[in-house]
Design a protein around this ligand. Structure first.
Ligand SMILES: [Zn+2]
Length: 293
């Protein structure tokens, strides 16, 4: 033992150790590559304060920003058959589900259904979770959307959906594709009940979700810069053998081509939705109603 090992080495180690900041405190903006502090991001609703890029956001954060006083109730999705096809690729589908639930919470799925007050109106809000297996639509998501539609009808409330999905869940093959007509019918039921159905297209909305409930809104709102399309850019480019225009399939491109009605900054989403619900329901918010005698 000497002075170097006993004194200098621990000091050096301490110096090095101190520099190892926890990884999740800083996040690099995927657009401008600025390092963003997690608390600043949280305070700014996951929008980059340098370039205004809208980062992906978890359903819980989205819902608490949306509802009055951040208060809402979540509804458990109906229980469905897990892994009906006993599917296995490199891993078992059941193992993939378990992993996704370990990361996103027990009983989590790619859709969250919530209800609460929005500007005084009772509203049902469904949010896709891209972090859960790419927001893919399987039986559970389909059932969840059916339940959300039923809740909206029972409560005479508008249905608002925040879409984010890579498409159908391939591990459920044809059963996942069957959710497209099912969710389409669910949306139709909401419309037949004379209730508003509003879709907020968030990054990314693609595949079977675009081809079903995400493109059936009375009004389509998109978040700035969101990727919205059916098949991917590379697939289209290879099929039609033409170079696609810049900004292809982005919210702004879809807005210019009439697929999206409005592009709304996340900070203005709540106010915009309240305004639209108010216009579409043509009735005063419940708190404005005269008290019953
Ligand atoms: Zn940025």
């Amino acid at each position: 033992m000497n002075w170097l090992t006993n004194f200098v080495r621990p000091k050096l180690r301490a110096l090095v150790a101190r520099k190892e900041a926890p990884e999740n405190l800083w996040l690099k903006c995927p657009n401008c590559e600025q390092m963003l502090f997690h608390r600043d991001l949280e305070a700014n609703q996951q929008v980059c304060n340098q370039c205004n890029h809208h980062l992906r956001i978890k359903p819980a954060a989205r819902l608490s920003q949306l509802f009055d006083d951040g208060k809402y109730e979540t509804h458990a999705l109906p229980r469905t058959v897990l892994d009906p096809l006993k599917f296995r690729d490199r891993k078992r589908y059941t193992d993939r589900l378990k992993e996704a639930q370990a990361e996103n919470g027990a009983n989590a799925e790619a859709l969250v259904v919530a209800s609460g007050k929005l500007g005084g109106y009772q509203a049902v809000v469904s949010v896709c979770d891209f972090a859960f297996m790419g927001g893919s639509m399987g039986i559970a998501v389909g059932e969840g959307l059916l339940m959300a539609a039923g809740l909206a009808i029972d409560n005479q409330a508008p249905l608002i959906v925040f879409s984010a999905s890579g498409g159908a869940r391939m591990q459920e093959a044809i059963l996942s594709l069957m959710q497209m007509p099912r969710t389409t019918i669910a949306v139709q039921r909401v419309k037949e009940a004379g209730l508003p159905y509003i879709v907020v297209l968030t990054d990314p909305t693609t595949g079977g979700v675009t081809a079903s409930f995400a493109m059936l809104g009375d009004i389509h709102i998109a978040e700035p810069g969101a990727l919205i399309g059916f098949s991917g850019q590379r697939v289209i480019q290879d099929t039609i053998r033409e170079t696609l225009p810049p900004g292809f399939q982005r919210a702004e491109y879809q807005f210019d081509h009439g697929m999206v009605d409005m592009i709304v900054h996340r900070h203005k989403m709540r106010d915009t939705l309240i305004r639209l619900v108010n216009l579409l329901l043509k009735r005063p918010a419940e708190e404005d109603l005269p008290a019953a005698a």
